[in-house]
Design a protein around this ligand. Structure first.
Ligand code: ZN
Length: 295
């Protein structure tokens, strides 16, 4: 499942092809993904200008003229592929396979742009979600109104995190996964951030705050770690994006080496630690950590 860095990478990959372009025509090949697609979507999108793209949590926001926003969530298997007349010609020559963009039977939406780019949304399992909203409805929309702060923004401060953690009787892993506290942080990067901050995933969330609800040093370390793991992954996504887009048009799915995630029974990568990564289950999800250096 794509996490925040993958979604950010997809958004950045789509931006050069989409921002500033006009939508000429939209092919919609089925009525629904996870939910029904917006009513009369192809008619409503045709002729519209795309002003810019952004991201909120794991939603890609395609800002249109007339203050509307096309919202896309990739679900489990959603992917966007950008193709240009040049890459199509290369594909026809057999220089490229379509494998990178997925089985064309799952190409559900194709957006033809005025700059000759074509953006295709492919989703084998159809857990993805696309909606067309008015920009002024977004702050109160059910998808967005309860979301916590963006982890890369200035809104995530030690004081904020400590204040939210102070009264919580949950473990630190569950606290960080809570989308009402920090938006878009998922299972992989929570494990990675806790490792970097040297904090044990099972310790209580309120232990990062003191009795007055002010941040202890662990809150500061945690924010630094969250930002580092996300920005490293986004940087890795950016470099894989450069490799992939030129080769195949695919974006957003990349292998990143993790320090603890999916490394059960392997040696801890922290220098001179000598510990062994352990896998436990919290809630219903796997957590990976080093019992020796995470306290
Ligand atoms: Zn260790």
């Amino acid at each position: 499942m794509p996490e925040l860095p993958e979604v950010e990478t997809v958004m950045r990959g789509l931006t050069p092809a989409m921002a500033g372009a006009r939508i000429l025509r939209v092919e919609q090949r089925r009525a629904d993904l996870r939910f029904a697609l917006p009513h009369r979507m192809p008619e409503r999108l045709a002729g519209r200008c795309i002003e810019r793209l952004s991201r909120r949590a794991k939603y890609i926001l395609i800002h249109l003229d007339q203050d509307e926003v096309l919202v896309a969530h990739l679900g489990m298997t959603g992917r966007f592929t950008v193709s240009t007349p040049v890459s199509d010609a290369m594909a026809a020559d057999g220089a490229l396979t379509r494998a990178a963009g997925g089985d064309p039977a799952h190409d559900h939406i194709v957006i033809h742009l005025s700059n000759q780019h074509t953006v295709t949304y492919n989703d084998a399992r159809r857990f993805g979600y696309i909606d067309l909203l008015r920009a002024d409805q977004m702050p109160t929309h059910k998808l967005f109104r309860d979301l916590g702060v963006e982890p890369m923004s200035d809104d995530l401060t030690p004081a904020y995190l400590a204040q939210r953690a102070a009264s919580r009787r949950v473990d630190l892993k569950a606290f960080l996964m809570d989308q009402h506290v920090i938006a878009g942080l998922g299972n992989i990067y929570v494990s990675e951030a806790l490792f970097r901050a040297r904090l044990k995933p099972t310790r209580m969330a309120h232990s990062i705050a003191d009795q007055r609800g002010c941040p202890r040093p662990q809150a500061v370390a945690l924010i630094t770690a969250v930002r580092e793991v996300l920005s490293d992954a986004i940087a890795a996504g950016g470099s894989s994006l450069r490799d992939y887009v030129q080769a195949s048009g695919e974006m957003g799915y990349f292998q990143k080496a993790h320090a603890v995630y999916d490394r059960a029974k392997e040696p801890c990568l922290r220098e001179a630690c000598g510990g062994t990564v352990r896998r436990i289950v919290q809630g219903t999800r796997s957590t990976f950590y080093c019992p020796r250096c995470q306290r």
